[in-house]
Design a protein around this ligand. Sequence first.
Ligand SMILES: NC(=O)C1=CN([C@@H]2O[C@H](COP(=O)(O)OP(=O)(O)OC[C@H]3O[C@@H](n4cnc5c(N)ncnc54)[C@H](O)[C@@H]3O)[C@@H](O)[C@H]2O)C=CC1
Ligand SMILES: O=C(O)[C@@H]1CCC=N1
Length: 289
Amino acid sequence: MSEVFLSKLEARTLQVGFIGAGNMAQAIINSLLKSGMVSENQLTASAPSDTRLCALRKRGIATTHDNDEVVQRCDVVVLCVKPHIFPHMVKKISTGPENCRTKLFISIMAGLPIALVAQYLSCFGAPAIIRATPNTPCLVTEGCCVYAVQDGVNADLSAVGSRLLSVLGLVRCVPEQQIDAAGAVAGSGPAYIYVAIEALADGGVKMGLPRELAQSLAAQTVRGAGTMVLQTGKHPGQLKDEVCSPGGTTIAAIHALEKNGFRNALICAVEAATLRSGELAKQQQTGNK
Ligand SMILES: NC(=O)C1=CN([C@@H]2O[C@H](COP(=O)(O)OP(=O)(O)OC[C@H]3O[C@@H](n4cnc5c(N)ncnc54)[C@H](O)[C@@H]3O)[C@@H](O)[C@H]2O)C=CC1
Ligand SMILES: O=C(O)[C@@H]1CCC=N1
């Protein structure tokens, strides 16, 4: 097996491009740079306007309004546009198959299966595809990312994709059927937790705490609890029991949570996000918004 791309990654000459320069592209770029795996001069990002490109340009990253330039220049192209933009965006790329055949495309677009992305990219000589679902905490190098590799992808390209994604935090390669559900837990999950932090802080404020103190305590408590689950390996139920003194304050609060359907709300949230992922794919297949 020729390991052209791995050699380029190791020699720090691999070019990585981002089509779309919004929240997720910025988050992934931040993790890549912080890891030291790539430097600014290996990155290019495109978007139609300068709104999000300016900050990247100030950091020494090449920017352009021309998606073609990203495809031509880069070995790895990360597709970071919204799913409904993708079909229109692809149609406007004119780089030919001879230039694309050996490239790796990493799609982070929610809901779009590898087969559908491959169908849209087939005019580019069937490049290799990885489908990934990262999350916004990649911005602060506390991200999660699940990914699936298209069947038959050359081992060199697959290894480069895995290496690049490995810097995003907790990273797992999964069968593609699990991507929608994993995205519903971890891709969308930060939003559920922000609501939880805001609500915890609201509770503190209701009970007389200053807002800043309540919010800091709530956020650190979420971080601490998450770290306890990851570092102790204990079941979350056991950790919950360790906080609940018999007849104490916490079990009274847990009872209040159960009465208000806390678990049910989270399970329904993950189910809703997973089902919505499936709908996004269907809409792209049928051409609806
Ligand atoms: N935000 C999140 O937490 C997550 C988002 N995703 C996926 O990541 C993708 C991007 O999401 P965000 O970064 O949140 O969106 P965003 O709206 O922040 O960024 C989208 C970017 O695409 C650019 N864009 C629009 N039309 C374009 C075109 N024709 N060519 C090139 N660039 C174009 C926009 O200017 C913007 O910079 C979506 O497909 C989403 O499903 C996946 C996991 C988590
Ligand atoms: O809400 C969305 O569609 C994207 C995918 C996961 C997080 N944000």
